[in-house]
Design a protein around this ligand. Structure first.
Ligand SMILES: Cc1cc2nc3c(=O)[nH]c(=O)nc-3n(C[C@H](O)[C@H](O)[C@H](O)COP(=O)(O)OP(=O)(O)OC[C@H]3O[C@@H](n4cnc5c(N)ncnc54)[C@H](O)[C@@H]3O)c2cc1C
Length: 477
């Protein structure tokens, strides 16, 4: 008999959260802590969404998206999770770049970037200051028509090398391009520049285990292997979700699944206004990624001078289309040392290479070509890494690749989107409760609300709205 993943679950909750990505789990935690009855349904057998990990023979643990996030995570985790989570967030101080235009090492904060831009790149200090102040002053309500390219043209005309320094890590961090609104760049860039790049010490398995413990202590009913197929609406209000053929009634739903999937599949266009459906249908997805995971043999080491995050490229100059091309020129290497990413009783080193990627370059390959393409991705990545670590091939114990299809498989995100949707997704996501009472979306949208910090913060914003709704409803009964 198939296992009943809903065994003991109630037939009714205050809120059902669909998906256990960082936004979903954060919403569930805040709502549980506020005393609401919360059910968290995750279709995968693991929690965390893209912020998760996997274990391979030999005891190798690989993180999928633990590369770097802004300092703001410390505050968000302390407030909305726990002190023991926020205390494990540490700075990565050794960020490297190597490309035909420049090679440098930085702590990736405003002070150090000011030093680099003025001394190495010869930009006037007043221009650098004005650029930083402009980026930091940007917020959601600003002019949304200016593109990132126009912002750079204003401050650094003709300086493709400067654009590369300022943009390459952000494109890597959230998939944004020079054609996206400048505010999506300004907000994320300034978040990083405030204090640098941070990481969770202990790895994703430790983080997710602590989050799970916190959720349980706040009374959240967590169910894995539970895909939600349908969200039921009655009288213009959310009434239930359906999973494994079972109907679970609720007063509110927070969907952490991809925005388009939530609206066009789980809810269905017939339940929404036509204009809204048109806008939802027009929301563009952000790109996906490829990754190559490499674990070293026990006893083998990498020198810490290799850096923490290493942005490499062989492209002559900076073009965002090249960052997505299957003909890979740019790779970002994350180096995991026992210090920044300890593993139980083991002194292990791992490297993950990430490159943004297009779904279309992988989706239609037949099985044989897909496997060959993955093999090619692994081999070319090892070649690229050998330029910096000549003996790396002999040190590696395990290597494997993930593609946009892998991300789609594990998250159900359309086209394997690793950073949700483009900017227009944000207003569509925000307006959902006006379309259907009690229906909310909290997950990577609009570039600003993607990434670890963006997703957690979006979960916070939405949970406050749900809390208000539920509190109001209970005071009327
Ligand atoms: C390769 C890669 C590297 C990255 N690197 C970084 C980085 O260095 N720094 C950073 O800040 N961010 C990084 N990110 C982005 C970051 O991981 C994500 O933006 C963030 O984790 C997304 O969180 P989320 O809450 O939007 O949900 P997701 O993590 O997207 O999770 C959504 C969840 O919903 C579940 N779900 C979907 N449909 C259903 C359904 N019908 N029923 C039930 N459950 C469902 C999925 O299984 C999933 O668990 C990276 C992403 C990738 C792919």
């Amino acid at each position: 008999m198939p296992r009943d993943f809903l065994k003991g679950a109630s037939d009714e909750y205050d809120v059902v959260v669909i998906g256990s990505g960082l936004a979903g789990m954060t919403s569930a935690n805040i709502l549980g802590r506020a005393g609401h009855r919360v059910l968290l349904l995750e279709q995968h057998y693991k929690l965390g969404g893209l912020a998760t990990w996997f274990l391979r023979p030999g005891g190798h643990v690989f993180d999928i998206s633990l590369h770097g996030f802004p300092h703001g995570m410390i505050k968000s985790c302390r407030r909305y999770w726990s002190k023991d989570i926020s205390d494990r967030i540490v700075q990565l101080k050794n960020i490297r770049f190597d490309n035909p235009q420049f090679s440098l090492t930085t702590t990736f904060n405003r002070e150090d970037f000011t030093r680099l831009l003025t001394s190495d790149f010869g930009i006037a200090p007043e221009t650098v200051k004005e650029f930083f102040d402009t980026a930091r002053g940007m917020n959601f309500y600003d002019d949304q028509a200016t593109t990132t390219r126009q912002l750079f043209d204003r401050f650094f005309p003709g300086r493709n090398d400067v654009v590369r320094l300022l943009m390459e890590p952000i494109t890597y961090a959230n998939g944004s391009t020079l054609e996206d609104p400048a505010i999506t760049y300004g907000i994320v860039f300034s978040n990083f520049m405030s204090k640098g790049v941070f990481i969770y010490e202990g790895g994703t398995e430790d983080l997710v285990a602590r989050m799970k413990k916190e959720l349980i202590s706040n009374g959240v009913d967590i169910r894995i292997n539970c895909p939600v197929d349908e969200i039921e609406v009655a009288g213009g209000k959310v009434s239930a979700v359906k999973t494994h053929g079972r109907r679970i009634a609720c007063k509110a739903v927070v969907s952490n699944a991809n925005l388009r999937t939530t609206l066009l599949k789980m809810l269905g266009p017939e339940k929404l206004d036509r204009d809204y459906v048109d806008r939802a249908s027009g929301v563009r997805l952000n790109n996906s990624s490829t990754q190559v995971y490499m674990a070293l043999k026990e006893g083998e080491e990498i020198d810490e001078s290799s850096g923490d995050l290493f942005f490499t490229s062989t492209a002559k100059d900076f073009r965002t289309d090249l960052l997505l091309s299957r003909d890979i020129t740019s790779r970002t290497f994350s180096f995991y040392y026992p210090k920044t990413r300890p593993q139980k009783d083991k002194k292990r080193f791992a490297i993950v290479s990430s490159t943004n990627a297009n779904w279309s370059d992988w989706a239609d390959l037949n099985e044989q070509d897909y496997e060959a393409s993955k093999e090619d991705l692994i081999e070319t990545t090892l070649d690229a890494l050998s330029r910096y670590l000549p003996d790396i091939r002999s040190k590696i114990d395990r290597v494997e690749a993930a593609t946009p299809k892998t991300f789609h498989h594990y998250t159900q995100h359309e086209m394997g989107a690793s950073f949700g949707t483009k900017f227009e997704g944000l207003s569509v996501s925000r307006e959902l409760p006006q379309q259907i009472g009690g229906m909310y979306h909290a997950g990577s949208v609009g570039i600003i609300m993607s990434g670890w910090l963006g997703a957690i913060n979006y979960g916070v914003i939405v949970s406050n709205e749900v809390d208000q709704q539920l509190t109001q409803e209970s005071s009327h009964t």
